[in-house]
Ligand binder design. Structure first.
Ligand SMILES: [Zn+2]
Length: 143
């Protein structure tokens, strides 16, 4: 049977009759589930990016790893709209559409792959939305 791979760390977590099946392994699930409760300094200590967005897309937090990945300082993006002012490449169904559906829905998390179009070139990432108030904590791991 095809392997089920953790969408976050790439570890093999089992087998599934469905091809290319993805889930989140228990270790990643435990770590990621706590992300929306972390303080700003705890977010800065994480090895992956985190952007906290209101349901309108306003950037409420922007951690160190995301700042390094995107090449933007937090003070340049905080309080601005992620989809229109910060990362217009995400104003597409495959990201903003997923975000709106997530905020309007009931699932605890949602993960998918995306390519950021940075001025320095495209970067493939795994995105994970986690519920944070009416908006989301968006975890970003470079692939
Ligand atoms: Zn994992």
């Amino acid at each position: 049977m095809p392997a089920v791979i953790c969408a976050w760390c790439g570890a093999r977590i089992g087998e599934s009759p469905v091809e290319h099946s993805h889930g989140i392994c228990p270790a990643c699930d435990r770590q990621l589930r706590g992300v929306p409760d972390l303080s700003e300094s705890e977010l800065d200590a994480l090895p992956f990016g985190v952007i906290v967005l209101s349901k309108e897309g306003t950037v409420l937090a922007y951690n160190r790893a995301e700042s390094e990945l995107a090449g933007r300082r937090p003070e340049e993006v905080l309080g601005r709209n992620f989809f229109t002012d910060v990362a217009p490449c995400t104003a597409v169904q495959g990201f903003q559409g997923e975000f709106r559906a997530f905020c309007a829905g009931e699932g605890a998390s949602k993960t998918f792959r995306f390519t950021f179009r940075f001025p320095t070139g495209p970067v493939r990432v795994q995105i994970l939305f986690l519920r944070k108030g009416a908006g989301a904590s968006v975890a970003v791991r470079k692939l």
